[in-house]
Design a protein around this ligand. Structure first.
Ligand code: ATR
Length: 300
């Protein structure tokens, strides 16, 4: 079977038709019904005339092995993996990209003729979005990452490749920050600190990134940092995209900082997955437009 991205034979502008050449894609998670990936990816397929269709699959932990078998049997070309399966899916894949192996998590699977290869596009998606929207170069910059969980791990790995002066990792529990800093000590200058040192670290950073869930809906009145902690000219970045502008970003913007929300990372991690699957550049603007419309409660 040929898994490559075939264009629609019909009129893609009219939405294309699902036919006997249509290639399947999807996202797995538990839960998964909130996911905006299907509308974003189906828009990308329409926009680029790829004859594909992308669905959401609610897969429980004990169904992962069967799912991987199903992907091979059905020739599903590409899968995104979301919470809570990003780590556990790895044992069912045939090959793990070195960056994903270092991060210890996979969010994208590519099916190459029955061989399942795992990638992690979260960190590189974040960096692509940050560079496009807020900070064109990270080289020589002092970065502060708040949080040391799975998301922080992908981001620190990708940021390290951009040659920052140093990356300070601040976490509520110092042990996890130390563990993360230790894991990538060979890639960049990394310094773990406890939350007590956050205010001082904010005052020294050129870029402050919130990777925790503090400020996420419904806790929209929370912020991981105090208003006015950032130094003049620093960029404020938040992985959260619900709300689109967290309290952290709203306050930073009021004080004149450049701000960068989490929507761009979501779009770009999807864009890079799309590129792995189809070999085509992703239609990023159209993808963003579709997700924004959905987040604003409209039909796209
Ligand atoms: P994710 O994959 O989204 O990063 P995670 O791996 O569970 O999720 O990590 C969540 C991160 O947010 C952790 O660094 C966590 O801090 P701890 O390691 O101390 O648990 C941080 N976090 C979550 N809620 C927080 C809160 N209310 N205040 C401060 N940090 C918080």
């Amino acid at each position: 079977m040929n898994y490559s991205a075939e264009p629609f034979a019909g009129n893609a502008a009219a939405g294309g038709a699902i036919d006997s050449h249509t290639v399947l894609y999807g996202v797995i998670g538990d839960p998964v019904r909130h996911s905006k990936s299907p509308i974003m990816m189906n828009r990308a397929f329409r926009e680029t005339s790829v004859n594909g269709v992308y669905a959401a699959f609610h897969i429980k932990e004990d169904q992962l092995a069967a799912f991987a078998g199903g992907v091979r049997a059905m020739g599903i070309r590409g899968v995104n993996v979301t919470i809570p399966h990003k780590v556990n899916i790895m044992k069912y894949l045939d090959e793990i990209d070195p960056a994903a192996a270092a991060i210890g998590a996979v969010n994208t699977i590519v099916n190459e003729d029955g061989k399942l290869i795992g990638y992690n596009t979260d960190g590189v998606g974040y960096v692509r979005s940050l560079k496009e929207e807020a900070m064109p170069s990270i080289a020589g910059k002092r970065v502060l990452v708040i949080g040391a969980g799975g998301a922080a791990r992908g981001i620190v790995h990708a940021l390290a490749a951009e040659r920052p002066e140093r990356i300070v990792i601040a976490n509520r529990s110092l042990g996890k920050a130390e563990e993360l800093a230790g894991a990538f000590a060979n890639l960049a200058e990394l310094e773990p600190i406890a939350s007590g040192g956050l205010e001082e670290a904010c005052g020294q950073a050129d870029l402050v990134i919130n990777t925790t869930s503090v400020g996420m809906y419904p806790n929209v009145d929370e912020s991981p940092v105090g208003k006015g902690w950032l130094k003049e000219g620093a960029v404020a970045s938040d992985l959260i995209y619900n709300p689109l502008a967290t309290r952290f970003l709203r306050e930073a913007e009021q004080l004149g900082h450049t701000v960068h929300g989490g929507l761009g990372m979501f779009i770009q991690q999807g864009a890079i997955a799309f590129e792995h699957w189809t070999g085509k550049p992703a239609p990023v603007q159209a993808m963003r437009e579709t997700v924004l419309a959905a987040l604003n409660g409209q039909r796209s």
